[in-house]
Design a protein around this ligand. Sequence first.
Ligand SMILES: Cc1cc2nc3c(=O)[nH]c(=O)nc-3n(C[C@H](O)[C@H](O)[C@H](O)COP(=O)(O)OP(=O)(O)OC[C@H]3O[C@@H](n4cnc5c(N)ncnc54)[C@H](O)[C@@H]3O)c2cc1C
Length: 345
Amino acid sequence: MTPLLIIGGGLAGTTLAWRLWERGQPFLLVDRDAPVTASKIAAGLVTPITGMRLGLSWRYALFHAEAVAFYCALEARLGRALYHETPVVRLLRSEWQAGIWAKRCDRPEYAPYLQPPHATLVDPEVFAQPFGGFEQRPGGWLDTAAYLNASRAFFESLGCWRTGEVGAIDETPDAVRWNDREFATAIWCTGWQAAQKPELSGVPFQSARGTILTLRADTRGETRVISGACWLVPRGDGSLRAGPTYEVPFTEPHTPSPEALAGLEQKLGDLLRVDVRITDRQTAVRPIVRGREALLGRLPGRAHQACFNGLASKGVLRAPWLAQHLVAHLLDGAVLDPDLDLAGI
Ligand SMILES: Cc1cc2nc3c(=O)[nH]c(=O)nc-3n(C[C@H](O)[C@H](O)[C@H](O)COP(=O)(O)OP(=O)(O)OC[C@H]3O[C@@H](n4cnc5c(N)ncnc54)[C@H](O)[C@@H]3O)c2cc1C
């Protein structure tokens, strides 16, 4: 079998690699090993009810079932914890948002995602909650760094992961060539930087810079994810992660603006009533395509090159199902969902 070439080892490329491995399809994954990427720093959150308007996440039941099965199977294979299932508390931020929630919470489609109300939702001495809130399920968070590192070690041991930079690649009528090797198809999983590819010049990328903080605070043993003015993820080792910012447009991918940082710290102060000590800060860019939930498929005019992109803020939830869908297309000729197919742009 001619191998496939995966370019980029973030959530998209790594998950695609697993899906090919499951099928026994040979591949080589090449990643430039940048120290900070969206996948390496992501909080890894998975939640059914999202956004300022408290909407149900697109196709949540489908994506969630596939994601949990995928990460749990990997935990068993790799012998380490990766996905942490936990309820997610949503604290409402304003009267406006409480009004929206009052209209949504009784809708039948929300019922499977709501925990019965608690007498006390969160410790009022730790968290500010002037507008109330609710607890949602099923949700959790993936330790993305652990997932990427463990996957890389596994694939390196098989000789199908390599550190390197892939520039332009030659396409012949039957294959692509890179580094004197032939591949049946090259799949670009290069995150926001895919916008630089001439073949994708028609794609309305609107990627957003985001910053996440690592901190210490005495939240009195709270183990759930708390989402209010910003979200807060207890890591189980005493540290918490908080974020994110959302900056469009931006120039420098790894340096947040002072305004965005001040805004995040302000939100943290609005959420937490206890002292906070910030110990680290990381910034990277989420790949977003305007008007699309994700982008899969062959590059225009390139029979042997494809892309897997546009995971936005839902990479952990969606990558397992999307990677499976792309593999069925590439290996079996299955038709891509038109909502996701690059050909529709
Ligand atoms: C602050 C922040 C918080 C986030 N929180 C969450 C969250 O809670 N939940 C969630 O689901 N998502 C979250 N996200 C979004 C998530 O990070 C993305 O959905 C996901 O990481 C995108 O993965 P990707 O593989 O497409 O891109 P990337 O992570 O950007 O990976 C692309 C990879 O390709 C490599 N590469 C690029 N070009 C080349 C080349 N030419 N040759 C070789 N290698 C190359 C890069 O170095 C990188 O390793 C967050 C993002 C940010 C920034």
